[in-house]
Design a protein around this ligand. Structure first.
Ligand SMILES: Nc1nc2c(ncn2[C@@H]2O[C@H](COP(=O)(O)OP(=O)(O)OP(=O)(O)O)[C@@H](O)[C@H]2O)c(=O)[nH]1
Length: 302
Protein backbone atom coordinates (compact mmCIF):
# COMPACT_ATOMS: atom_id res chain seq x y z
CA UNK A 1 0.00 0.00 0.00
CA UNK A 2 1.25 3.47 -0.84
CA UNK A 3 1.34 5.84 2.13
CA UNK A 4 -0.36 9.16 1.57
CA UNK A 5 0.61 12.23 3.58
CA UNK A 6 -1.51 15.32 3.09
CA UNK A 7 0.13 18.65 3.96
CA UNK A 8 -2.60 21.26 4.03
CA UNK A 9 -2.68 24.80 5.39
CA UNK A 10 -3.81 28.26 4.45
CA UNK A 11 -2.19 30.34 1.69
CA UNK A 12 1.48 30.99 2.40
CA UNK A 13 1.46 29.12 5.70
CA UNK A 14 4.63 27.16 4.87
CA UNK A 15 3.42 23.91 3.27
CA UNK A 16 6.09 23.82 0.53
CA UNK A 17 8.81 24.77 3.02
CA UNK A 18 7.69 21.96 5.34
CA UNK A 19 7.64 19.46 2.45
CA UNK A 20 11.16 20.48 1.40
CA UNK A 21 12.46 19.75 4.94
CA UNK A 22 10.59 16.46 4.95
CA UNK A 23 11.91 15.28 1.60
CA UNK A 24 15.46 15.57 2.87
CA UNK A 25 14.69 12.73 5.28
CA UNK A 26 13.05 10.45 2.68
CA UNK A 27 16.37 9.39 1.11
CA UNK A 28 15.66 5.67 0.91
CA UNK A 29 12.05 5.96 -0.14
CA UNK A 30 10.51 6.54 -3.54
CA UNK A 31 8.41 9.65 -2.99
CA UNK A 32 6.19 11.56 -5.38
CA UNK A 33 4.84 14.99 -4.46
CA UNK A 34 1.48 16.09 -5.88
CA UNK A 35 1.44 19.88 -6.06
CA UNK A 36 -1.89 21.59 -6.56
CA UNK A 37 -2.00 25.27 -7.53
CA UNK A 38 -5.07 27.46 -7.51
CA UNK A 39 -3.80 29.60 -10.41
CA UNK A 40 -2.65 28.75 -13.90
CA UNK A 41 1.02 29.39 -13.11
CA UNK A 42 2.93 26.73 -11.17
CA UNK A 43 5.48 27.92 -8.64
CA UNK A 44 5.65 25.36 -5.82
CA UNK A 45 6.44 22.48 -8.20
CA UNK A 46 9.52 24.36 -9.44
CA UNK A 47 10.72 24.92 -5.88
CA UNK A 48 10.56 21.20 -5.12
CA UNK A 49 11.95 20.05 -8.50
CA UNK A 50 14.87 22.41 -7.83
CA UNK A 51 15.86 20.16 -4.97
CA UNK A 52 15.81 17.09 -7.25
CA UNK A 53 12.49 15.48 -6.27
CA UNK A 54 9.68 14.06 -8.43
CA UNK A 55 6.65 16.34 -8.68
CA UNK A 56 3.27 15.84 -10.31
CA UNK A 57 1.52 19.17 -10.87
CA UNK A 58 -2.22 19.82 -10.94
CA UNK A 59 -3.14 23.41 -11.77
CA UNK A 60 -6.03 25.79 -12.37
CA UNK A 61 -8.34 24.72 -9.59
CA UNK A 62 -8.49 22.88 -6.30
CA UNK A 63 -8.13 19.08 -6.21
CA UNK A 64 -10.86 19.02 -3.57
CA UNK A 65 -13.51 20.50 -5.90
CA UNK A 66 -13.09 21.76 -9.48
CA UNK A 67 -10.34 19.33 -10.51
CA UNK A 68 -11.29 16.51 -8.16
CA UNK A 69 -11.49 13.97 -11.00
CA UNK A 70 -7.98 14.90 -12.23
CA UNK A 71 -6.70 14.21 -8.70
CA UNK A 72 -8.33 10.78 -8.57
CA UNK A 73 -6.94 9.95 -12.01
CA UNK A 74 -3.47 11.24 -11.05
CA UNK A 75 -3.36 9.09 -7.90
CA UNK A 76 -4.18 5.97 -9.90
CA UNK A 77 -1.63 6.81 -12.58
CA UNK A 78 1.17 7.61 -10.12
CA UNK A 79 0.66 4.35 -8.22
CA UNK A 80 0.57 2.34 -11.48
CA UNK A 81 3.49 3.97 -13.23
CA UNK A 82 5.90 4.86 -10.42
CA UNK A 83 4.98 2.41 -7.65
CA UNK A 84 6.09 4.91 -4.98
CA UNK A 85 6.41 4.17 -1.26
CA UNK A 86 4.85 7.48 -0.37
CA UNK A 87 2.82 10.24 -2.01
CA UNK A 88 2.88 13.68 -0.39
CA UNK A 89 -0.11 15.81 -1.40
CA UNK A 90 0.05 19.60 -1.12
CA UNK A 91 -3.42 21.02 -1.76
CA UNK A 92 -3.85 24.73 -2.50
CA UNK A 93 -4.14 27.06 0.47
CA UNK A 94 -7.86 27.27 -0.29
CA UNK A 95 -8.18 23.49 -0.29
CA UNK A 96 -10.60 21.73 2.05
CA UNK A 97 -9.08 18.89 4.01
CA UNK A 98 -12.56 17.38 4.53
CA UNK A 99 -13.00 16.95 0.78
CA UNK A 100 -9.52 15.48 0.34
CA UNK A 101 -10.20 12.92 3.08
CA UNK A 102 -13.45 12.10 1.24
CA UNK A 103 -11.54 11.49 -2.00
CA UNK A 104 -8.86 9.38 -0.30
CA UNK A 105 -11.63 7.29 1.23
CA UNK A 106 -13.37 6.27 -1.98
CA UNK A 107 -13.00 2.49 -2.58
CA UNK A 108 -10.95 2.87 -5.78
CA UNK A 109 -8.31 4.94 -3.92
CA UNK A 110 -8.47 2.95 -0.69
CA UNK A 111 -7.58 -0.20 -2.63
CA UNK A 112 -4.21 1.24 -3.65
CA UNK A 113 -3.28 3.60 -0.81
CA UNK A 114 -3.71 4.43 2.85
CA UNK A 115 -3.75 7.77 4.63
CA UNK A 116 -0.58 8.00 6.74
CA UNK A 117 -1.02 11.55 8.05
CA UNK A 118 -3.23 14.61 7.73
CA UNK A 119 -1.10 17.63 8.57
CA UNK A 120 -2.14 21.25 8.67
CA UNK A 121 0.53 23.94 8.75
CA UNK A 122 -0.52 27.00 10.77
CA UNK A 123 1.25 30.31 10.13
CA UNK A 124 1.97 31.81 13.57
CA UNK A 125 2.53 35.29 12.14
CA UNK A 126 -0.79 35.54 10.32
CA UNK A 127 -3.13 32.97 11.86
CA UNK A 128 -5.03 35.18 14.31
CA UNK A 129 -5.68 37.84 11.69
CA UNK A 130 -6.54 35.51 8.81
CA UNK A 131 -8.84 33.31 10.85
CA UNK A 132 -11.15 36.35 11.24
CA UNK A 133 -11.96 36.58 7.53
CA UNK A 134 -11.42 32.99 6.43
CA UNK A 135 -12.51 31.12 9.57
CA UNK A 136 -14.36 28.34 7.76
CA UNK A 137 -11.24 27.37 5.76
CA UNK A 138 -9.22 27.24 8.95
CA UNK A 139 -11.88 25.23 10.76
CA UNK A 140 -11.99 22.69 7.94
CA UNK A 141 -8.20 22.41 7.73
CA UNK A 142 -7.59 22.40 11.51
CA UNK A 143 -10.48 20.27 12.78
CA UNK A 144 -9.80 17.49 10.25
CA UNK A 145 -6.04 17.31 10.82
CA UNK A 146 -4.26 14.83 13.06
CA UNK A 147 -1.10 16.93 13.15
CA UNK A 148 -0.90 20.71 13.49
CA UNK A 149 2.49 22.20 12.70
CA UNK A 150 3.09 25.82 13.62
CA UNK A 151 5.40 27.65 11.20
CA UNK A 152 7.29 30.89 11.83
CA UNK A 153 6.92 30.36 15.61
CA UNK A 154 10.34 31.91 16.15
CA UNK A 155 8.96 35.32 15.19
CA UNK A 156 6.34 35.32 17.96
CA UNK A 157 6.54 35.71 21.73
CA UNK A 158 5.24 33.14 24.26
CA UNK A 159 1.97 34.97 24.88
CA UNK A 160 1.19 35.09 21.17
CA UNK A 161 1.99 31.38 20.75
CA UNK A 162 -0.22 30.61 23.77
CA UNK A 163 -3.11 32.46 22.17
CA UNK A 164 -2.68 30.47 18.96
CA UNK A 165 -2.41 27.21 20.89
CA UNK A 166 -5.62 27.81 22.81
CA UNK A 167 -7.46 28.64 19.59
CA UNK A 168 -6.11 25.44 17.95
CA UNK A 169 -6.94 23.32 21.00
CA UNK A 170 -10.48 24.65 21.00
CA UNK A 171 -10.89 23.61 17.36
CA UNK A 172 -9.02 20.34 17.65
CA UNK A 173 -8.44 18.96 21.16
CA UNK A 174 -6.82 15.67 20.06
CA UNK A 175 -4.26 16.40 17.42
CA UNK A 176 -0.51 16.53 17.93
CA UNK A 177 0.72 20.15 17.89
CA UNK A 178 4.34 20.98 16.99
CA UNK A 179 5.69 24.44 17.86
CA UNK A 180 9.43 23.89 17.36
CA UNK A 181 11.48 26.27 15.22
CA UNK A 182 11.97 24.38 11.93
CA UNK A 183 15.46 25.75 11.47
CA UNK A 184 16.68 23.73 14.46
CA UNK A 185 14.94 20.48 13.50
CA UNK A 186 16.77 17.62 11.79
CA UNK A 187 15.06 16.29 8.61
CA UNK A 188 14.30 12.96 10.40
CA UNK A 189 12.23 14.85 12.97
CA UNK A 190 9.94 16.11 10.19
CA UNK A 191 9.47 12.55 8.96
CA UNK A 192 8.82 11.28 12.50
CA UNK A 193 6.00 13.79 12.88
CA UNK A 194 4.24 12.12 9.96
CA UNK A 195 5.10 8.51 10.71
CA UNK A 196 4.45 8.43 14.48
CA UNK A 197 0.83 7.72 15.26
CA UNK A 198 -1.49 10.57 16.16
CA UNK A 199 -5.21 10.95 16.52
CA UNK A 200 -8.09 13.08 15.54
CA UNK A 201 -11.72 12.69 16.42
CA UNK A 202 -12.46 10.68 13.27
CA UNK A 203 -15.44 12.95 12.62
CA UNK A 204 -15.23 14.98 9.45
CA UNK A 205 -16.01 18.70 9.73
CA UNK A 206 -17.12 20.32 6.48
CA UNK A 207 -16.33 24.02 6.30
CA UNK A 208 -18.97 26.24 4.78
CA UNK A 209 -16.62 28.35 2.69
CA UNK A 210 -19.02 29.84 0.17
CA UNK A 211 -19.01 33.34 1.71
CA UNK A 212 -15.23 33.38 2.23
CA UNK A 213 -14.64 32.25 -1.38
CA UNK A 214 -16.80 35.01 -2.86
CA UNK A 215 -14.75 37.26 -5.13
CA UNK A 216 -11.55 35.19 -4.82
CA UNK A 217 -9.57 34.84 -8.04
CA UNK A 218 -6.00 34.66 -9.28
CA UNK A 219 -3.82 36.10 -11.98
CA UNK A 220 -0.65 34.64 -13.50
CA UNK A 221 1.94 36.91 -15.13
CA UNK A 222 5.10 36.14 -17.07
CA UNK A 223 7.88 38.58 -17.92
CA UNK A 224 10.93 38.76 -20.15
CA UNK A 225 12.48 42.09 -19.06
CA UNK A 226 14.38 42.48 -15.79
CA UNK A 227 13.02 44.73 -13.02
CA UNK A 228 14.74 47.42 -11.00
CA UNK A 229 14.66 47.10 -7.21
CA UNK A 230 13.01 50.53 -6.82
CA UNK A 231 10.18 49.52 -9.21
CA UNK A 232 9.48 46.33 -7.29
CA UNK A 233 9.48 48.23 -3.99
CA UNK A 234 6.86 50.60 -5.42
CA UNK A 235 4.78 47.71 -6.77
CA UNK A 236 4.79 46.07 -3.34
CA UNK A 237 3.66 49.32 -1.69
CA UNK A 238 0.86 49.62 -4.27
CA UNK A 239 -0.28 46.02 -3.70
CA UNK A 240 -0.32 46.63 0.06
CA UNK A 241 -2.44 49.76 -0.36
CA UNK A 242 -5.65 47.79 -0.97
CA UNK A 243 -6.37 49.63 -4.25
CA UNK A 244 -5.98 46.38 -6.21
CA UNK A 245 -8.20 44.27 -3.98
CA UNK A 246 -7.25 42.26 -0.91
CA UNK A 247 -4.05 40.44 -1.84
CA UNK A 248 -4.19 37.02 -0.17
CA UNK A 249 -0.99 35.53 -1.63
CA UNK A 250 1.66 36.36 -4.20
CA UNK A 251 4.54 34.13 -5.22
CA UNK A 252 6.96 33.59 -8.03
CA UNK A 253 10.33 34.44 -9.49
CA UNK A 254 11.59 37.82 -10.71
CA UNK A 255 14.89 39.09 -12.12
CA UNK A 256 15.70 42.17 -10.13
CA UNK A 257 18.86 44.09 -11.07
CA UNK A 258 20.15 40.89 -12.76
CA UNK A 259 19.57 38.71 -9.71
CA UNK A 260 16.94 35.94 -9.61
CA UNK A 261 14.71 36.54 -6.61
CA UNK A 262 11.88 34.51 -5.09
CA UNK A 263 8.88 36.78 -4.50
CA UNK A 264 6.70 35.85 -1.52
CA UNK A 265 3.70 37.94 -0.49
CA UNK A 266 2.01 36.53 2.63
CA UNK A 267 -0.32 38.31 5.04
CA UNK A 268 0.39 41.94 4.32
CA UNK A 269 4.10 41.46 3.99
CA UNK A 270 6.34 40.74 1.02
CA UNK A 271 9.77 39.11 1.03
CA UNK A 272 12.32 38.92 -1.79
CA UNK A 273 14.94 36.20 -1.42
CA UNK A 274 17.97 35.56 -3.60
CA UNK A 275 17.90 32.28 -5.56
CA UNK A 276 21.02 30.51 -6.76
CA UNK A 277 19.48 29.19 -9.96
CA UNK A 278 18.18 31.12 -12.97
CA UNK A 279 14.38 30.92 -13.38
CA UNK A 280 11.80 31.99 -15.91
CA UNK A 281 10.13 35.11 -14.56
CA UNK A 282 6.59 34.38 -13.45
CA UNK A 283 4.32 35.27 -10.59
CA UNK A 284 0.91 34.26 -9.37
CA UNK A 285 -1.28 36.57 -7.29
CA UNK A 286 -4.41 35.42 -5.47
CA UNK A 287 -6.83 37.93 -4.00
CA UNK A 288 -10.32 38.93 -3.14
CA UNK A 289 -11.93 41.42 -5.55
CA UNK A 290 -8.63 41.42 -7.42
CA UNK A 291 -8.28 44.22 -10.00
CA UNK A 292 -6.56 41.89 -12.46
CA UNK A 293 -6.00 44.33 -15.29
CA UNK A 294 -4.62 46.99 -12.95
CA UNK A 295 -2.30 44.43 -11.32
CA UNK A 296 -1.03 43.38 -14.74
CA UNK A 297 -0.43 47.04 -15.69
CA UNK A 298 1.38 47.64 -12.43
CA UNK A 299 4.04 45.08 -13.40
CA UNK A 300 4.02 45.64 -17.16
CA UNK A 301 3.78 49.45 -17.55
CA UNK A 302 7.03 50.53 -15.96
N1 LIG B 1 11.65 31.75 8.53
C1 LIG B 1 10.64 30.97 8.22
N2 LIG B 1 10.01 31.21 7.06
C2 LIG B 1 9.02 30.40 6.72
C3 LIG B 1 8.62 29.31 7.52
N3 LIG B 1 7.62 28.69 6.88
C4 LIG B 1 7.40 29.36 5.75
N4 LIG B 1 8.24 30.40 5.64
C5 LIG B 1 8.26 31.43 4.57
O1 LIG B 1 6.89 31.72 4.26
C6 LIG B 1 6.73 31.96 2.86
C7 LIG B 1 5.66 31.02 2.31
O2 LIG B 1 6.09 29.68 2.47
P1 LIG B 1 5.62 28.50 1.50
O3 LIG B 1 6.27 27.26 2.02
O4 LIG B 1 5.80 28.85 0.09
O5 LIG B 1 4.06 28.49 1.84
P2 LIG B 1 2.89 27.61 1.16
O6 LIG B 1 1.96 27.24 2.25
O7 LIG B 1 3.50 26.47 0.41
O8 LIG B 1 2.24 28.63 0.19
P3 LIG B 1 1.04 28.39 -0.87
O9 LIG B 1 1.26 27.01 -1.43
O10 LIG B 1 1.21 29.46 -1.86
O11 LIG B 1 -0.23 28.50 -0.14
C8 LIG B 1 8.11 31.74 2.25
O12 LIG B 1 8.71 33.02 2.13
C9 LIG B 1 8.84 30.88 3.26
O13 LIG B 1 10.24 31.08 3.21
C10 LIG B 1 9.30 29.09 8.78
O14 LIG B 1 8.98 28.23 9.59
N5 LIG B 1 10.31 29.96 9.04
Amino acid sequence: MVKIDVVSGYLGSGKTTFIKHLLNACGNEKVIVIENEFGEIAIDGDLIKNEGFEVYELQQGCICCSIRSNFIEALGKIVDEFEPDRIIVEPTGMGLLSEIIGILSIPKIKQISEINSLTTVVDAENYLEEVEGFGEFFKDQIKNADRLIISKAQFMNYQEIDKILSSLRELNPNSLIVTQNWEFMAPEEFLKILDNSSENSGKIYRGNVEAAMKGVSSIGLEFTESFKEKDIENIILELKSGKYGQIMRGKGFLNIDDKTMEFNYVGNDCKLELLNTKKDQKICIIGKNLEKEAVSELFNNL
